[in-house]
Design a binder for this molecule. Structure first.
Ligand code: UD1
Ligand code: CA
Length: 476
């Protein structure tokens, strides 16, 4: 199969204000080595798809435009971009050079064209800025970002001549044993001069082991000087081709996230067992204890104590709250709230300030008012609980009648004794009470008591008779 690497517009280079930057993010690859049904660039690192890490790095350059080369057959990529950048479709994945050549017409600008791979999530925006500044200063046709790696396996190697002069990039597959021993690798991040780039792309061929149009060959074909900038921190250029590298990136990114939180005034007692996504915000003087995971766009206030052994997903927690050994998902927790140990707040739970949720309690799609307490083993589903309500141990809402969910309303200052069951839909008025072991099947008016248990009987002399019977049987 022979395809034209430079398919698309051969129009002259579009003219634009001098120096305006175009970024092209290459994101269309098949990601075969991930062995996944999910597009590689959507695999998350610290909770954020790796493509979005590349987009964030690109933003540091304040570019005129950001183009994203995507595979139209890959679901979800457009949705993840959510309006960031302009998609450039690459229908067939014929290599990185072919990917860049899909940029057409007015987008073929003469100023700096920054190209980066979408599978390099650890690349810093600052590094891109340094690279662009070096490129502008030297007036090179292309400036490459390189790094020295302890294990350069899989990367294109930077081949230099005598005096260290750059010669070419050789891909792993095409390299000799001698070249494979080179530690300096190509990061896949380049700044091209648009004026030289687009004509050079037309000359690309796919005569290599992979039969692909290599962007790395442009460096050989381009007219003008090739400059290189070596990044100090080799982690930054880690390219994710398989899931082992994904785990490596996760580890590095996790440490970066934790470092930023600690510098920002959050105590992480044991970073080795604490997992926090990049999009989580945590306030000053909050302490996160070991074996805790906080993910999604969760927000935790100031002066909180979270953990140990706690999971917080997509939830918000106000100031001064304490969550111990519990699971929260899509929950909203106010200030000075205590939860746990061993409780579960499911989606739609809203706890007002100063609520106390104790042990082994599950709450789903319910609002609990200020100062109310659910201290011991209860289930509240689809409940609306007012302020200063006390829910006794073992109380449960029977919210599901086998066909639909029904609401339980418990108004301000109601006093719910242990083991009350609410057969929803039902309402308990303000200042009402229930006796222990009551099954509430009809509304309880404000200020009244609902008592619904069988009357207790006393059987006198019972224990003595029982013991005597036992003795008589044992003698036989
Ligand atoms: C590439 C470089 C290699 C460099 C390494 C750095 C080439 C030929 N090789 O190798 O020198 O050391 O990155 O990580 O460029 N993509 C497309 N369309 C395609 C093929 C790839 O958009 O047809 C995208 C991928 O989604 C990916 C990026 O380009 O984000 C790089 O492709 P990949 O196949 O991972 O290249 P490497 O083998 O890692
Ligand atoms: Ca790669």
């Amino acid at each position: 199969m022979r395809a034209n690497a430079s398919a698309g517009s051969k129009r002259p280079i579009s003219s634009e204000p001098r120096g305006s930057v175009t970024v092209v993010v290459l994101a269309a690859g098949r990601g075969v080595r991930m062995n996944s049904r999910i597009p590689k660039v959507l695999h998350p690192v610290a909770g954020r798809p790796m493509l979005l890490w590349a987009m964030a790095a690109a933003r540091a350059l304040d570019p005129e435009r950001t183009l994203v080369v995507t595979n139209p057959a890959q679901d979800g990529v457009q949705a993840a971009l959510n309006g960031q950048g302009q998609a450039v479709p690459q229908a067939r994945q014929l290599g990185t050079g072919h990917a860049l050549s899909q940029v057409t017409g007015a987008h073929r600008t003469s100023g700096p064209v920054v190209v980066l791979n979408a599978d390099t999530p650890l690349l810093r925006g600052e590094t891109l800025k340094t690279l662009l500044a070096a490129h502008r200063k030297s007036g090179a046709a292309v400036t490459l970002l390189t790094a020295n790696l302890d294990d350069p396996h899989g990367y294109g190697r930077i081949v230099r001549g005598r005096n260290g002069v750059f010669r070419e990039i050789v891909e792993e597959k095409d390299a000799t044993d001698e070249q494979r021993a080179i530690a300096e690798v190509n990061s896949g991040v380049y700044v091209f001069s648009g004026r030289e780039l687009w004509p050079a792309l037309l000359k690309l061929e796919n005569k290599n082991r992979a039969g692909e149009y290599y962007l790395t060959d442009v460096v050989r074909l381009i007219k003008g000087k090739v400059e290189t900038v070596r990044v100090e921190d080799g982690d930054e250029i880690l390219g994710i081709n398989d899931r082992r590298q994904l785990a490596q990136a996760e580890r590095v990114m996790r440490q970066r996230v934790l470092d930023a939180l600690m510098v920002g005034g959050v105590t992480i007692t044991d970073p080795a067992t604490t997992f926090i996504d990049a999009d989580v915000a945590i306030g000053q003087d909050t302490v996160v204890h070991p074996f805790t995971t906080i993910t999604g766009a969760s927000v935790v206030g100031e002066d909180c104590v979270i953990g140990p052994m706690t999971q917080v997903r997509e939830s918000t927690i106000g100031d001064g709250s304490r969550i111990e050994r519990s699971h929260l998902e899509k929950a909203k927790v106010g200030s000075k709230v205590t939860v746990g140990p061993f409780s579960r707040l499911r989606p739609g739970t809203e706890l007002a300030d100063e609520v106390h949720i104790g042990t082994h309690t599950e709450i789903k799609n319910s609002r609990i008012g200020t100062g109310s307490a659910v201290p011991h083993f209860s289930y509240l589903g689809d409940a609306v609980v007012g302020a200063n309500v006390n829910i006794g141990a073992g109380s449960i809402t029977a919210n599901w009648d086998g066909f639909q969910k029904n609401v339980t309303e418990i108004d301000d200052r109601a006093y719910i004794s242990c083991d009350t069951i609410f057969v929803a839909p039902v309402r308990v008025g303000s200042d009402a009470a229930t006796a222990a072991d009551t099954v509430v099947t009809k509304d309880v008016p404000a200020g009244s008591l609902a008592i619904g248990r069988p009357e207790m009987k006393i059987v006198e002399g019972y224990t003595a008779r029982r013991r005597a019977r036992h003795k008589a049987v044992a003698k036989k």
